[in-house]
Design a protein around this ligand. Structure first.
Ligand SMILES: Nc1ncnc2c1ncn2[C@@H]1O[C@H](COP(=O)(O)OP(=O)(O)OP(=O)(O)O)[C@@H](O)[C@H]1O
Ligand SMILES: [Mg+2]
Length: 217
């Protein structure tokens, strides 16, 4: 589904990623481990086309993504990919429902359709009773579930998550972990997850480890 080839990333003379190859097949769940500063987030951002590599290529279903313009890439991302981060990045002045509706509103869909889709996703996340709450009125686990609901708005094929449980207590972390695997089963999502949590990592059929911008075998 997605294939990264010889990805390098440098900031000035500082090389962060040192020629990474990576491939994920459709429906697979892969976990990326590694110490702080290893380059995991940098790599995930490139894989998700949020950032361009200094050298190397990412193919999505055979198509060379970085041949696309920024506008084409942003359209690609919103249609195909979902992102979940350690900090949820919800908009504080909007309710849970409005936050989840946002991708639809940005895409110019009508209000009623957006509302129906967002409400359905929040109900699926077990948040039917939290629709009109603002992020500050939600627990950390609830905020993260709203963020996940928002990431699913356009029915992505692949979910990229950067320490999605990094900010949660163990009970909420467990719940988010379960949710990821439930999404994979029920929606056929492909998962690429960066985590420091070794227990979470053991639930993935495949994990890869990064150190100093390279894979460790
Ligand atoms: N914009 C930037 N300019 C310069 N250096 C950067 C930039 N972004 C990241 N780096 C450096 O790249 C290295 C890798 O960062 P990255 O965020 O990818 O690490 P990480 O593996 O995700 O770490 P963590 O587990 O702490 O999140 C770090 O040393 C960081 O300081
Ligand atoms: Mg990181």
């Amino acid at each position: 589904m997605i294939r990264a080839q010889k990805i390098e990333k440098s900031y000035g003379s500082l090389q962060i990623l040192r020629g990474l190859d990576f491939e994920v097949v459709s429906g697979e769940a892969v976990c990326i481990l590694g110490a702080s500063g290893a380059g995991k987030s940098t790599f995930l951002h490139i894989l998700g086309t949020l950032d361009r590599p200094t050298r190397g290529t990412v193919y999505y279903q055979g198509e060379d993504l970085f041949m696309k313009s920024d506008n084409e890439l942003s359209a690609f991302r919103s249609q195909r990919l979902g992102f979940v981060f350690q900090f949820h990045h919800l908009l504080s002045e909007f309710t849970a429902l409005e936050n989840v509706m946002m991708p639809g509103r940005i895409a110019g869909q009508n209000h009623v359709d957006c509302r129906r889709r967002a409400q359905g996703l929040l109900e699926y996340m077990g948040l039917a009773h939290r629709l009109t709450h603002y992020p500050s009125e939600l627990s950390g686990g609830e905020q993260q579930r709203v963020a996940i609901a928002r990431s699913l708005y356009h029915k992505p094929q692949m979910l990229l998550a950067d320490e999605p449980t990094g900010n949660l207590d163990s009970e909420n972390s467990q719940r988010i972990q379960d949710l990821f695997f439930q999404l994979k089963e029920e929606m056929g999502l492909t998962l690429v997850v960066v985590t420091h949590d070794t227990k979470f990592a053991t639930r993935f059929p495949r994990s890869v480890r990064m150190a100093d911008g390279q894979w460790v075998f």
